[in-house]
Ligand binder design. Sequence first.
Ligand code: ADP
Ligand code: MG
Length: 399
Amino acid sequence: MSTFKTLDDIGDVNGKVALVRVDFNVPMKDGLVTDDTRIRTAMPTILELAEKGAKVLILAHFGRPKGERVPTMSLSLVVNEVAKVLGKEVMFVPEIAGDVVKQAVGILRAGDIALLENTRFWKGEEKNDPELAAAVAANGDLYVNDAFSAAHRAHVSTEGLAKVLPAYAGRSMQAELEALEKALGKPEKPVAAVVGGAKVSSKLDVLKHLVTQVDHLIIGGGMANTFLAAKGVNVGKSLCEHDLTGTADDIMANADASGCTVHLPYEVVVSKEFAANPPSLRTCNVHEVAEDEMILDVGPLAVEALGDVLKTCRTLVWNGPLGAFETVPFDAATVALAKTAAALSHEGSLISVAGGGDTVAALNHAGVSQDFSYISTAGGAFLEWMEGKELPGVAALSA
Ligand code: ADP
Ligand code: MG
């Protein structure tokens, strides 16, 4: 990873206008924000800039208005919650460029904060239109990007502004980049990756990249069934992408060539119906799955063996649950391996980084989120990072 500037490099910003891109794409119900995590994530950066005397203009997207002003997707609906979380007054400005923003900047004093309108109300945003970038930049002196979760998009507010203003990573962006660098950039070896989840097809690029990067690739979840089928195992009526067994073979061959050991479950939890605690539930060797059974989790002995693999490693990167964890008892393998990883992290022998929508939910369910070294809530951007792609929003900061 190339280097990027942070708020430590920002110098004297007293009275200057900082355009700060954050992720305020918060869930709402009946006009109220139901989870303010994203606002709290951006809080250190916003408050630090305000304390340094900058006039802070917050840029964010909200929903998918596709270049139109959609009243239900106005950030005016979120501004009160932002003010509440920050514990400061926040002015709302219904534009992102032009005279209205200019007037607002004139009214703001050093250390004041304003939230600009949803960037995606303007068609130029998602097209990364240089004219829009210039118009937004005209009201600012510097640009801070604190939205790693949007960094896989080359939009005006995530990439274009970094080209026309002095650009810095905010504190949450910085923390995310440092954690990911430790996990996959320059990790301490040996490195293990856990990849699970429903389908191989959704994570092909992740798997292809990881086999060239890690020493141990632990495959679980529904996607393991495709790999097992590729090895000639009868997976019964398990979720399985039979058309991708050739691809699975290629991935295993590449792993071999790169010195990466692939771990597939040798023991599995199966049942005839997909329900909580089904009567037909049993644990068996992977070669004993009946025609009318489906694999819904990794078996307890196999999980213990996977835990032993983690004990030999210094770094872990995890995306995707090992089983259908939303339904008991198919959460058992994910919970057990997560607890092992958490204990190793807690005692300092493992650096553990995890991400992915369902993965974050599964680790919360296991009650181990606090003990992981870093948990990314970035979704798409995290997966693209796992694919080894350069994210445009990050690249623009590193120029
Ligand atoms: P993430 O959101 O963390 O990237 P995915 O969306 O790829 O993870 O996968 C999560 C889903 O995979 C969960 O809904 C889980 O129920 C499902 N899953 C895991 N193992 C199995 C399995 N053996 N059979 C069917 N579904 C599974
Ligand atoms: Mg998911």
